[in-house]
Design a protein around this ligand. Structure first.
Ligand code: AHR
Length: 335
């Protein structure tokens, strides 16, 4: 295939533009993955070289998402995957994307750690004629020609489903709720907060405090410990992911209370650890966020490289689980 030849001139231009930045950032970790990683494309004639910049390794969800991508975008499936972990830092993702442009990859895909601040680097990819696919999280840009497709869940809907269930179960009891938010400025943090707030508006569930736990178990636990010291009347926790909910369980138990009973917990994701806690009665409800995006990414990347039309927005289908549903789903859970 030779998208690489077609793009060589533009990519050379982009490489020149980015060289100074890359030299400046030379102490940071270069993207890692298959292929030779050199200035020339590593593509064999029929292989799609895809540079993927992952958010990090902050959660069980992220581990499952990375595995899905690495297991699907294989040599046997026609890909040369270059993979980099941004450790939850936007500057690392921008550096990785610039490096992929310099390497003249066929496609760039990434899951943006935060929503804003992407236009400049996406314009560089566009100038180099390298298509970009967003997975999992959206960018907040007025120019939707900067990417080909966005594959991922509807995070507002996830927050709304969580809030709807809370209202259905607990409205009328004057519950006081706290929120463990995801990474500040990330699409799932912004959207899940919004969806939940919209759903509980008009009920007597009151959100008394919200703070970021950065989607990690450790920070979720720390933030919950702070909430428990500050308030002695918390009835409900809405955690933007399972990991923070699992951290909250540890904090609640350490405070001598019973998670799932004294303090109800609703989370998002549906990874095995979360589902087990739900089956055990320590979490009360989980809205799923499907991390298995590798197959859709492979399909869309192949179409984009072949010059075929692709859908601008592909919404991943998610379920939701109460205790009985979690017990039934656990034996076959893939992640
Ligand atoms: O963007 C998806 C979110 O990122 C997941 O819900 C969370 O676990 C992850 O860190």
């Amino acid at each position: 295939m030779s998208t690489n030849f077609r793009r060589a001139g533009a990519a050379l231009f982009a490489a020149t533009l980015t060289a100074a930045t890359l030299v400046a950032c030379s102490s940071e970790q270069a993207p890692q993955g298959g292929g030779d990683g050199g200035g020339e494309s590593a593509a064999a004639s029929d292989t799609i070289v895809l540079g993927f910049s992952q958010v990090g390794a902050e959660s069980g969800w992220r581990a499952a998402n990375t595995k899905s991508i690495q297991d699907t975008l294989t040599t046997e499936n026609g890909f040369d995957l270059k993979f980099s972990d941004a450790q939850q830092k936007q500057e690392n993702q921008i550096q990785a994307i610039r490096s992929y442009i310099q390497q003249q990859v066929d496609v760039i895909a990434f899951s943006p750690v935060v929503e804003t601040g992407w236009d400049a680097v996406l314009e560089e990819a566009k100038a180099a004629e390298i298509p970009v696919i967003l997975t999992d999280r959206a960018v907040d840009s007025e120019d939707d020609t900067l990417y080909e497709s966005f594959i991922g869940s509807d995070f507002v809907e996830e927050g709304k489903r969580a809030g709807d269930w809370a209202v259905e179960q607990y409205d009328g009891e004057g519950y006081k709720a706290v929120e463990l938010q995801g990474t500040t400025g990330a699409a799932p943090m912004i959207d899940r907060q919004q969806g939940f707030a919209d759903a509980i508006a008009g009920s007597d569930i009151e959100m008394i405090d919200s703070q970021t736990g950065n989607f990690t178990r450790t920070e979720g636990k720390q933030v919950m410990e702070g909430f428990l010291q500050k308030y002695d009347d918390i009835d409900l926790v809405f955690a933007h992911n399972d990991d923070m909910g699992l951290g909250a369980i540890e904090a609640i138990e350490a405070a001598g209370k019973v998670p799932g009973k004294d303090i109800k917990i609703i989370t998002v994701d549906g990874v095995k650890d979360g589902m087990q806690a739900l089956a055990d009665g320590k979490i009360n409800y989980i809205v799923e966020c499907n991390p298995l995006l590798g197959p859709d990414l492979a399909e869309i990347a192949k179409k984009v490289v072949a010059g075929e039309e692709v859908e601008k927005r592909i919404v991943t289908q998610d379920e939701a689980f109460d205790q009985e549903a979690a017990k039934a789903a656990l034996p076959d859970r893939q992640y």
